[in-house]
Design a protein around this ligand. Structure first.
Ligand code: G3H
Length: 541
């Protein structure tokens, strides 16, 4: 069978061609959460189309999997009002609650969330075509992230559960919330990366307005009741619809205190500019990246090829941390390309529920055509697709294209492809790769492959001032989640990790009093009688 026929036949002909447990009945999501109530939307709806389509004799039939509210400006503002009311200028039940109580609420949420694993995983597979293994990993990693966040907060709170006395001043330092947080995550990790900001924001006492990513909306439907039943009214509120219509009005009010956004720099810039008091806005941003791999002449080829394959093509290359350009020394370029090409050919193409599948449909509209444009541009400027069948596509399924030799002037040299195109640049002097890093607008991570400690050390020291993580003989990645995840230049603002995120969504705040008898008496009574959640020596076990 010709390869194009193989790719085409990976699409099911109808729901009947899909394992029964993975089928998805049409979901009409009418509910949205405002002020602790699941309201029913009676306005317009958006159609949600899966990247999985049906291949019929009449051609490809797009598979509509559901509908979600097309909220308007008024509804978005109502969600913000609800969050403002729950925060109530810092007087609300949630921002003044003890840390231990807030932790209990989030623990309760986690129990309810875990019960929805099957539903959420199925939606991840249908909405963004992540393969089952990775969709399950995303869910489980998120649950672990919440657990570790709560553990880290207990530890942070324990350190704050005592007074300090300095120069005759008694002080107690804790972290206090910042206000109302607007949370928006990306489509490629719709659950995990959204919760990586939402959960720390909530548990630190902020109230939130949350908008699911453009792709990856329905997967939140099973969690709405869990939010409603485990958190006080108004602490979390959901907004749906076209981002350009519903989000700028929220920013224009000047009442958003923190923008937590993972997506494009263009959108982040627009939103920040829409805020009338930029100095009052804290931003926690995860933006673009074009992480390079630098393969030195003495690199161990087996490890290098395996890590580059994973780094460039896990979830079809749709990771902000993906290796998006590979620099290889000319002395080993031919070997590297040959080995990588063989590994790419072995990648199984299919639907997200197919066993061992690696290459799945791409959810972004016209993405195959965009990637094909990058490939054709590179070919017209002297590169070749070196792997058999590379760049062959049918509708949303695009087989990875390994491009060599890639050079400046080709679009793929600069553009963040965010998909299964692997550009490889040969070099004779490592300064070619270093210049690329220096001139890049991005500064997230890079990977060095090699063996010589002196050469590696010589590269690492200056590169550490260009990117925020240098990986040795390993692909770029975000985890483990206790490690700081950030970027320099245009790649990020703020740092996320289990512990860093707690800091990103809070501010150190201090209760202080001169060490007089009167003050000591007041403080003793407050602590003994547990009159305050801030002035407190309670220790969370
Ligand atoms: O899309 C960006 C993600 O943060 C990448 O996370 O390296 O764990 O896949 P990951």
């Amino acid at each position: 069978m010709a390869f194009i026929d193989q790719i085409q036949s990976a699409f099911p002909a109808s729901q009947d061609g899909i394992p029964e447990l993975d089928r998805l009945p049409l979901v009409r999501q009418e509910e949205y959460l405002i002020n602790g109530e699941l309201k029913r939307w009676e306005g317009a709806f958006h159609e949600i189309v899966s990247p999985v389509c049906f291949k019929t004799d009449a051609g490809y039939v797009p598979c509509t999997i559901g509908h979600s509210p097309a909220h308007d400006r008024q509804t978005a503002l109502a969600a913000l009002d609800s969050a403002l009311k729950a925060y109530d200028l810092g007087r609300g039940a949630w921002p003044t609650m003890s840390v231990a109580q807030r932790i209990k609420h989030i623990e309760d949420f986690t129990v309810r969330m875990k019960a929805k694993r099957t539903d959420v995983v199925r939606f991840i597979m249908w909405e963004i075509a992540k393969n089952r293994e990775d969709a399950e990993k995303e869910f489980d990693r998120t649950v672990d992230y919440i657990r570790d966040t709560l553990q880290a907060l207990k530890e942070l709170d324990r350190q704050s559960s005592r007074f300090l006395i300095e120069q005759g001043i008694i002080g107690q330092i804790r972290r206090a919330p910042l206000g109302v947080v607007l949370c928006m995550g990306p489509y490629n990790y719709p659950l995990n990366e959204t919760f990586a900001t939402l959960i720390p924001a909530l548990v630190m006492g902020n109230t939130c307005v949350f908008k699911p990513p453009k792709l990856g909306i329905l997967l939140y439907r099973p969690l709405l009741e869990a939010f409603r039943d485990s958190l006080p009214a108004g602490v979390i509120n959901t907004v749906y619809g076209v981002g350009e219509e519903v989000i700028p009005p929220l920013m224009e009010t000047g009442k958003i205190d923190v923008l937590a956004f993972i997506g494009s720099a263009r959108v982040a810039d627009t939103l920040k500019k829409a805020h009338p008091h930029p100095h009052k806005l804290r931003s926690v941003l995860g933006l673009g990246a074009k992480n390079p791999a630098i393969i030195l002449p003495d690199a161990d080829l087996e490890t290098t090829v395996s890590e580059c394959l994973l780094g460039a093509l896990s979830y079809n290359g749709q990771r902000c941390t993906a290796l998006k350009i590979i620099f290889v020394h000319e002395s080993i370029a031919a070997d590297f390309i040959a080995k990588l090409s063989v590994k790419i050919s072995a990648l199984k193409t299919g639907m997200p529920w197919d066993k061992d599948v690696k290459i799945t449909p791409l959810p972004v509209k016209n993405k195959s055509e965009y990637l094909d444009g990058l490939v054709q541009d590179a070919i017209s400027k002297g590169a070749k697709v070196v792997n058999p069948e590379g760049g062959v596509f049918a509708k949303t399924l695009f087989f990875p294209a390994l491009l060599f030799p890639v050079a400046p002037g080709m679009r793929v040299y600069e553009e963040e492809q965010f998909g299964p195109v692997v550009p490889v640049v040969p070099y004779s002097d490592v300064s070619t790769a270093l210049e690329y890093v220096h001139n890049s607008h991005y500064g997230q991570q890079l990977s060095i492959f090699g063996k010589d400690p002196a050469v590696i050390a010589g590269l690492v020291d200056p590169l550490m001032n260009q990117v925020s993580r240098v990986n040795l003989n390993s692909q770029c990645q975000r985890g483990p989640d206790v490690f700081p995840f950030t970027g320099r230049k245009g790649s990020a603002e703020g740092t996320l990790s289990v512990t860093d995120a707690l800091r990103a969504f809070s501010i150190r705040s201090l209760f202080a009093a001169k060490e007089s008898e009167l003050n000591k008496g007041i403080i003793s009574e407050i602590t003994h009688e547990r009159k305050s959640n801030f002035i407190s020596t309670d220790f969370i076990f």
